[in-house]
Design a protein around this ligand. Sequence first.
Ligand code: URA
Length: 470
Amino acid sequence: MRTVTLSAPDDIDAWRSAARALIADHVAPDRVVWQMGDAPADLFAEAPTAPPASSTGFRVPRAFLSLADDAALHRDPQRFALLYTLLWRLRDAPRLTDDHADPLVRRLEELAKAVRRDIHKMRAFLRFRSVEEPDGATRYVAWFEPGHHIVRANAAFFVNRFASMRWSILTPEISLHWNGAALTQGPGAARTDAPDGDPVEEVWTTYYASIFNPARVKVGAMLKEMPRKYWKNMPETALVPQLLATAQARESGMIATAQDRVDTDRVAAGGNVAAAWAALRDEAAGCTRCPLYRPATQTVFGEGPLDAPLMFVGEQPGDQEDLAGRPFVGPAGQVFDRAIADAGIERAAAYVTNAVKHFKFEPRGRRRIHAKPDAGEIDACRWWIEQERLLLRPRMTIALGATAARSLFGRAMTIGRERGRVQTLPDGGAAWITVHPSYLLRLPDPAAKEAEYAKFVEDLKGAQAAIAHV
Ligand code: URA
C-alpha cells in the first residue's frame, strides 16, 4: 500500500504531484491511501519525486484538470481517492470526462459544482465591518462559514476586488489578512472574533428591502439560495422579521385564488425585481470602483426585459454608447443587431449589457480611440454584472468576446476553443461563448468576414437552441 499525506485539505498541487508519480509507477487506486495531516506533505515513502508529466507517457486531459481543481476543494473525504480513480481510468479512456452518465464522472462533477456554488456564495454573501487599528487606520473584517475548503482558492478574488483596503476574512478553519500589499494566513477563528454592527456597504439594506418580495417568501427556496448559516452574517437579513411582519397583510391582499396566486406572484416578483434593478442601475451611475469613470461621460448600464431568457454581455461601451448611455448602439451594435436578427433573436426580447460599464479610451486629437480594459478594470466591474445576473437569472448568458468571458468566468478563456457550446459559470448558470461583433468589423478580407459572420450567427442560433436543454 502507498500512503499519501497531504499537508492541507486544499493541497491540490501536492495531490497532483503525488498522483503523477503514482501513475508513473502503475499504482492502482485500490493500493493508495490518501490522508490529511499537519505534517508537511510526506507525499511518498517510496517515490518521493514526481516525474515530469511527459515522462509518464500520459497526457492528462484539460477537462480533468479543471474538474480536479474544483472537486479537490470539496469536504468529501473521498475526493482525492475518487479523483485518482478517474485519472487512472483516463489512461485507457482519455475522453471519459465527456461521459456524463458515468457514475464516477457524475459524482465528481457534483462535487465540483457544489464547490463552485460555495465559491460564488462566499463572493456574494461576505460582508465587511470596519474596525479601527492601533495606528488609526481602518481594517475591514468579515466572518464567513464556507461549506468546503474554498477560502484560499477564493483569496485572489478578494485581493483583486479590495486591493487598496486592509481587510481580514475570518472563517472557522483559516483566516486571511491583507495589508494592501501582502496576504498572510492565520488560524481559524470564532464568530465572536468578528465585529458586529453595520456593514460597510450600507446600500445593501436598501437594496435588499427593495428586492424582498413577501409573496415569494418560500423558506426552502430562500435557504437554498442563502443558507441559514449566512443569515446571521448578513445585515440585510436583520430586515427579514420586520418585512415578514407586514408580509401577511400584504400577501393576503394580493391573493384571491390559487390561480391568481401564480399570476400575482409573477407580477409582484416582476415589480420587485424592477425596483431592485433600478436601484442597482442608479447605484452604478455613481460607480467609482476603478478610475475609468473619470474621463467617461456616463455609466452605460444593461438594458432589456428583466425576464429575458438571453443575456448578452459585451466588452465595454464604445464612443457612441458612452454618449448615448445605451449599450451596442454604435458600429459594433449594428453588426450585433443584424446577426441576432439573422439568428432569429429579437433584440427587444433580450437583455444586453457589458462586462465593463465605462468607456475606456485614449484621446487622439478630437477622437477617442477605444482601449481594451485590463484585468483589474474587468475585475472591479464584475460586481455589477454579477448583480445583474443575480436579479435577472437569465437562462443563458452569452459572452461576446474575451473580455466578457473573462468577466463571467473569472479567468482568461480562449474564444476559439471554448465557443459554441454550453458552458457552466462559476455560479452554476449556463453560458455560451462567441466572438465579439467588432472582431468581424476588423477582418480585412471580405470572404473571411462573411465566413466569420456566418459562424457568429450559427453560434447565436446554437445558444438560443441550447436554452431548451439547460
Ligand atoms: N462594444 C461592446 O462591447 N459593447 C458596446 O456596448 C458597444 C461596443
